[in-house]
Design a protein around this ligand. Structure first.
Ligand code: CA
Length: 265
């Protein structure tokens, strides 16, 4: 693999010069190429021109805010985003608005933590890319689930290879993290996954203090696919509330279930 030799480009969007300089310097020291933007419009322009591998994105910015930057960038080209928030309250806002951010850090944060989060984000994207390559040659790779009763019954289709989700045959747009979260829960429909387990499998880091991250992404995912699909088990974690659809051929389901090399430690 030649990807190890590739330098990754990170777009840093931060309007406080001192913090921006510090973030850029630390990313450079960790081996990343960087570009910097200090306001909303120039961030969107820089993402379009330079096609970065990831964004480190402040929420409060001149022009328009980080949430809007995130939405505009994601609509043009899905890119992993680490959001920098000034307060905990903003983290809830991120999830509530379904902004498309994959992870967030609350200020003040340590530069070590920032670098670790960026690396985790990129590792995860790379792992998914490899898994997608591995599963492309497989038959099927689709899982269909049914939720609800009678007239309210809906069908959720997860195409693991194409990383695509459809609800009643209509595409649902998920961020990379949201897809991985759903994909992870869908491997074992009805079975509870703990927050720590989801953190380890989806986010690639087992940090008990990061379980809030899981909660906020579940919230965002529920907004997109419907709250009824994901059951909260208080104090433990989450489960996907659905049974495999009759419409899905059994062989396809098991091929899909087997197509997970390396994702479960
Ligand atoms: Ca700011």
């Amino acid at each position: 693999m030649d990807t190890a030799a590739q330098r990754r480009l990170i777009l840093v969007v931060e309007d406080e010069p001192t913090l921006a300089d510090a973030v850029v310097a630390r990313l450079a020291a960790a081996g990343f190429d960087t570009i910097h933007a200090g306001d909303g419009p120039s961030a969107v322009e820089a993402a379009r021109t330079h096609r970065p591998d990831a964004l480190v994105l402040d929420v409060m910015l001149p022009g328009f805010d980080g949430l809007e930057v995130c939405r505009r960038v994601q609509s043009e080209r899905p890119t992993p985003v680490l959001m920098l928030t000034a307060r905990d309250a903003e983290s809830d806002l991120l999830a509530g608005l379904g902004s498309g951010a994959d992870d967030y850090l609350t200020k003040p944060f340590s530069m070590r933590e920032l670098i670790a989060r960026v690396q985790a984000l990129l590792r995860r994207v790379e792992l998914v890319r490899q898994q997608t390559l591995l599963s492309t040659g497989r038959e099927g790779g689709r899982l269909r689930l049914r939720g609800g009763d009678g007239d309210a019954a809906r069908e959720l289709e997860i195409d693991h290879a194409a990383r695509r989700v459809r609800m009643d045959a209509v595409d649902v747009h998920l961020t990379p993290i949201e897809f991985d979260l759903l994909d992870c829960l869908a491997r074992r429909p009805g079975v509870v996954a703990s927050r720590e387990q989801l953190l380890a499998e989806v986010w690639d880091w087992a940090d008990a203090s990061g379980t809030r991250t899981v909660d906020s992404h579940v919230k965002a995912l529920r907004k997109k696919i419907g709250a009824e699909w994901i059951r909260t088990v208080h104090g433990i974690g989450y489960a996907l509330e659905a049974a495999p659809s009759q419409a899905a051929p059994r062989a396809t389901e098991s091929a899909w279930a087997r197509g997970e090399p390396g994702s479960v430690p």
